[in-house]
Design a protein around this ligand. Structure first.
Ligand SMILES: Cc1cc2nc3c(=O)[nH]c(=O)nc-3n(C[C@H](O)[C@H](O)[C@H](O)COP(=O)(O)OP(=O)(O)OC[C@H]3O[C@@H](n4cnc5c(N)ncnc54)[C@H](O)[C@@H]3O)c2cc1C
Ligand SMILES: NC(=O)c1ccc[n+]([C@@H]2O[C@H](COP(=O)([O-])OP(=O)(O)OC[C@H]3O[C@@H](n4cnc5c(N)ncnc54)[C@H](OP(=O)(O)O)[C@@H]3O)[C@@H](O)[C@H]2O)c1
Length: 247
């Protein structure tokens, strides 16, 4: 990947005690929606960097990133303490293949995110490409508590702009709500609740699926889909499932 360039924090939003977003001004090279760059801070004389997905679309400025604070995490605790005007190292060049270029055409596009992986899909949904290529897009976001269902205004704007072509399905696993599906995404695929809520069938012949976030969620969701006949997308053999793990 990239050389470091110095960026500056120009905006900060705390969604919950653990979840926050930073806006950063930095002259990065062009990237594709779905890609990530590395962010770094110099901590005790050492540059500590980690990959983070762009939340902003490629043509939007400032850059935006969405984080969770990991208890005792070497970088996230320090990122959380940044203030407007503080410097931050940003990788000039983006990396990763979790983009729509890797996804074959289909009628419906399903996007499955856990936690902060929501961000990678927001970047893609802000571009024209998914709306040009798919009739209907279903975004399922799985979190522990309702307060972690973030970016609701941006998500509402997709509905305002695209009407019934966009379906948002929130999942909350550790408390009861009167609006989100309860439990985990793969369980709701298995028992049919997700398709009933979305009003769309999840089949190998009509769908492409992108899954991102917690590697256990990615694995378990892909396994349930494979049980229904969907296959992993490979360069040599196109399928229906494209994945990215955050750790
Ligand atoms: C391609 C890619 C893109 C990523 N994009 C993002 C992003 O946009 N936002 C983001 O918050 N993180 C993202 N991550 C994870 C990020 O790189 C760091 O691992 C995370 O911020 C924790 O950093 P840390 O130094 O505090 O702890 P680390 O030592 O890096 O991680 C410690 C542990 O924390 C847990 N963990 C790490 N990341 C997450 C997470 N996002 N949600 C829940 N638990 C986690 C895992 O159990 C991990 O082993 C991405 C990772 C990859 C590989
Ligand atoms: N979120 C918090 O309230 C909170 C608070 C303090 C610290 N943290 C730290 O943040 C990290 C976790 O962050 P997070 O809550 O964003 O991520 P997470 O643990 O990945 O949970 C996000 C969602 O993914 C679900 N999930 C987990 N494993 C799954 C699987 N195999 N299949 C399907 N769904 C699955 C979770 O369901 P389940 O709930 O059923 O696991 C939850 O709904 C941890 O390091 C934690 O210590 C989180």
């Amino acid at each position: 990947m990239s050389d470091w360039i110095q960026g500056r924090v120009v905006g900060k939003h705390h969604w919950t005690d653990e979840l926050y977003s930073l806006r950063i001004e930095a002259a990065v090279e062009p990237f594709r929606a779905g890609q990530f760059t590395r962010l770094a801070l110099d901590i005790d004389g050492e540059r500590v960097g980690r990959p983070y997905s762009y939340v902003n679309a490629p043509d939007e400025h400032p850059l935006e990133f969405y984080f969770i604070t990991i208890p005792h995490g070497p970088l996230t605790d320090r990122l959380r303490q940044l203030r407007i005007g503080d410097p931050i190292w940003v990788g000039a060049r983006a990396g990763g293949f979790f983009t729509l270029a890797a996804v074959p055409d289909a009628r419906h596009l399903w996007l499955f995110a856990s936690g902060t992986a929501l961000g990678v899909f927001l970047s893609q949904l802000k571009t024209d490409e998914p709306w040009r290529r798919f009739d209907k897009i279903i975004l399922a976001h799985g979190v522990r508590t309702a307060g972690e269902l973030t970016y609701r205004n941006e998500i509402a704007r997709f509905s305002e702009t695209h009407g019934e072509r966009f379906v948002y399905v929130p999942f909350v696993s550790r408390e009861e709500t009167d609006f989100a599906l309860s439990g985990r995404i793969p369980d709701a695929i298995l028992d049919g609740r997700l398709e009933r809520r979305a009003g769309v069938a999840l089949t190998a012949t009509t769908c492409q699926v992108m899954i991102c976030g917690n590697p256990d969620m990615v694995r378990d969701t892909a396994a349930v889909l494979e049980g229904r006949g969907l296959k992993k997308n490979r360069r040599t053999e196109p399928g229906q499932i494209t994945t990215e793990n955050y750790w």
